[in-house]
Design a protein around this ligand. Structure first.
Ligand code: GSH
Length: 342
């Protein structure tokens, strides 16, 4: 059993780790969660130093380190049948890809921002997170780790685009997202219908921290959106959920999902487009407007790739599906991802 289980290296404080583990639980894929160097027992490091790391056996049975939850989830679909998190309908499949990327690449801005911007949040994360690899580390060592780790993370706020200019934009967008998700959940248990898709797990991963851990956003979430708070807890372990074959929406999507797409089009879209443009032009600064307010950040090469991957997914669709999709997205702002600006 241990040999067949998939080694996953990560941490409870990592939203992408929580995304990955929740997918594995829902999909009934056996795994072992490695929370320290010691747990990892000499497994090789990945090429890019990120968590979660999933170890897949190669043809010789050697374990190879893979990072990046989105392609890993697709690889798992190929290797383990059943309880899929990818809608078969290609149009809904693309919406899922888009919403997954929104969770991974936009909601994470709120997650990182709240955690390392406010004193209470910095204090809690700095105190708790260093214990995750080993709870028995002496207090004196933890105090040093807390200082060094917090400073490193605060110094990296610029990476996600959190700064005094963008703080309000990020926070307002988080609150609107909660509002939109809350409305949607009143009638549908998951973003794309009666069964969970990878987009649910992406959003839930970020929310394990935003809604459940970091004091500023979690107090807000519990007070105003208890439904969303509960949703996150439920999504962590959907191993007992019976899956309906026809559980995903077809192209006829509800208004509450369209409203969420408007939110995606209001924030994620202009920033992804401006970031890609800055990268193309070799600029050292992304400058655009989000929601009528100034957005400035350093270009983020990885998010440039995310946009390319999303466009590849779109280009792969049959022509009539692309047309239907653009009709669904018309007016949400998301259509700009796939059509050149006039
Ligand atoms: N796109 C990656 C992002 C993973 C990621 O950013 N992980 C964070 C932790 S949540 C990380 O490892 N950051 C590097 C660091 O903290 O040194 C995914 O979907 O897995």
């Amino acid at each position: 059993m241990m040999q067949d289980s998939l080694p996953v290296r990560g941490s409870p404080g990592s939203p992408y780790t929580r995304k990955m583990l929740a997918v594995l639980r829902f999909r009934h894929i056996p795994y072992r969660f490695l929370q320290s160097e010691e747990d990892a027992g000499g497994l090789p490091p990945p090429k890019v130093g990120l968590i979660p790391i999933v170890y897949f056996p190669d043809e010789q049975g050697e374990l190879c380190a893979e990072v990046d939850s989105t392609p890993i989830i697709r690889r798992l679909e190929d290797e383990y049948p059943g309880r899929s998190v990818l809608p078969e309908n290609t149009i809904v499949g693309l919406l899922n890809y888009l919403l997954e990327d929104y969770g991974d690449e936009w909601l994470t801005k709120a997650m990182f921002h709240y955690r390392w911007y406010y004193a209470d949040d910095i204090e809690k994360a700095g105190s708790v997170l260093p214990h995750y690899a080993n709870v028995s580390v002496p207090d004196k060592t933890i105090a040093e780790l807390k200082q060094a780790f917090s400073q490193r993370q605060i110094d990296r706020l610029y990476v996600v685009g959190s700064n005094d200019t963008t703080a309000e934009v990020i926070e307002d967008s988080y609150k609107r997202f909660l509002h939109g998700l809350n409305d949607h959940l009143k009638n549908h248990p998951f973003l794309l219908g009666q069964r969970p898709a990878s987009a649910d797990f992406a959003c839930m991963g970020q929310l394990t921290q935003l809604a459940h851990f970091d004091p500023t956003p979690s107090l807000y979430t519990a007070e105003y959106f208890p439904r969303v708070h509960a949703w996150v807890s439920k999504l962590e372990d959907l191993s007992g959920l019976a899956v309906q074959d026809d559980g995903f929406f077809t192209a006829d999507i509800p208004d509450t999902l369209t409203a969420l797409l408007h939110e995606v089009g209001r924030t994620y879209v202009p920033v992804m487009l401006a970031n890609a443009l800055a990268l193309d032009r070799g600029l050292d600064k992304v400058e655009t407007e989000v929601d009528g307010r100034v957005w400035v950040q350093q270009p983020f090469p990885y998010q440039g790739k995310c946009l390319q991957w999303l466009r590849i997914e779109f280009a792969r669709l049959p022509r009539e599906d692309r047309e239907i999709l653009l009709t669904i997205l018309a007016g949400t702002g998301c259509e700009r991802l796939f059509t050149p600006d006039p």
